[in-house]
Design a protein around this ligand. Structure first.
Ligand code: 5GP
Ligand code: MN
Length: 341
């Protein structure tokens, strides 16, 4: 691995390093970033994690959370300066720069060496070093491989292990998705040996519901779930009013889409959410139905074969109409084993 040798020599002496990840970071995005943060700090580098947006409370337990700079417009000047002065920028868990929102321009223009570590399709090609593997279950799996390749397992402490474990656990849907290979289990076994606390991480992430959130889930299942059995599609439409009624926070709708996918015979599940500035869509599928292609073709998004997302600038009502029209024809277009990942 030529890239590895060059990266190793680049990191030989202490550097100013920025780590960034996609907007609305999930456990893989933040866990990978903080794991790498702890590793690089331990090697004497000056490191800062900058996220393009805030992230949900159930990720705040991650060690190093208090040191993260979550971007807000008021701090644009400071954040631009930090990015401009960085010597190395790690870009984790995204493949195109538009996924880092306001950080896109400063990162694109930065003179720093850029290192991409990711498992999404089609990297844009902005990085000087690419550790990119679409067969990886999580970016955290790649960060584990990278740290081991750079220095060996011995530098992975319990903090790093917990962050990486969180990323792999969530991106594999708790070791259920097809991406859950034997290698994933070997990696996770090693993380447990190195101090990952399986029960604690799982409870931190999955068992921190507010009563509101749980009641909202019940309401959504009862009143918001639309099932089109013949089309093998099920979906939720969540409005801003719903957010207000249940006092929801951004992360509170996470995972809801999986209930729709759990219905027998459903091939594609979707959640359509009315956010402040746009309509966000999340897609999930089983087997060979390529929702990344679907998201890309119709909602300017992407992701993985069985989990993707996109957006719409139409009204909520018009977005739903567009979606309902599309699913009538989807089978012929997307139900293709030829479309991989
Ligand atoms: P989620 O539905 O959980 O937000 O995202 C599911 C998957 O799709 C994740 O891997 C995420 O990175 C990807 N994804 C979500 N939204 C977008 C988007 O707008 N563009 C691209 N390229 N990928 C997305
Ligand atoms: Mn990921």
């Amino acid at each position: 691995m030529k890239e590895l040798a060059s990266l190793k020599s680049l990191l030989q002496v202490p550097k100013n390093i920025v780590i960034t990840t996609h907007a609305n970071p999930d456990a893989d995005a933040l866990g990978s970033s903080l794991a790498l943060y702890h590793y690089l700090k331990g090697r004497g580098h000056n490191v800062l994690v900058i996220t393009p947006t805030e992230y949900p409370d159930f990720l705040h337990w991650m060690p190093g959370n208090e040191d993260v700079l979550a971007f807000q417009e008021e701090m644009a000047e400071t954040s631009n300066q930090i990015i401009d002065e960085a010597e190395v920028i790690f870009c984790l868990d995204f493949s195109s720069l538009n996924r880092i929102k306001s950080l896109e321009a400063p990162v694109r223009d930065a003179k720093a060496k850029k290192v991409l570590v990711d498992h999404h399709l089609d990297p844009e090609g902005f990085a000087d070093f690419q550790f990119w593997d679409t067969t990886a279950a999580a970016t955290a799996e790649l960060i584990y491989d990278l740290i081991v390749a750079l220095e060996g397992k011995k530098v992975i402490n319990a903090d790093i292990a917990n962050c990486l474990y969180a990323g792999i656990m969530t991106d594999t849907g708790s070791f259920k998705h097809p991406s859950t290979t034997a290698k994933v289990h070997y990696t996770v076994a090693s993380l447990i040996e190195l101090g990952a606390n399986v029960n604690q991480v799982s409870r931190n992430i999955y068992d921190t519901n507010s009563t509101n959130r749980l009641r909202f889930t019940g309401y959504a299942l009862l009143e918001k779930l639309v099932v089109k059995s013949k089309l093998e599609v099920a979906y939720f439409v969540i409005s801003r009013e719903d957010f207000k009624r249940f006092n929801l926070k951004p992360g509170d709708t996470e995972g809801l889409v999986n209930y729709a996918l759990s219905i027998k015979g459903i091939v594609m599940a979707t959640i359509i959410i009315e956010r402040e500035d746009e309509i966000r869509l999340s897609f999930r599928s089983v087997d060979d139905f390529a929702v990344n292609q679907f998201a890309n073709d119709h909602f300017g998004g992407g992701g993985h074969k069985n989990a993707s997302g996109g957006a719409s600038s139409l009204s909520l009502e018009d977005t739903v109409k567009k979606f309902e029209k599309l699913i009538i024809t989807y089978k012929e277009d997307y139900h293709s084993p030829a479309i991989l990942q």
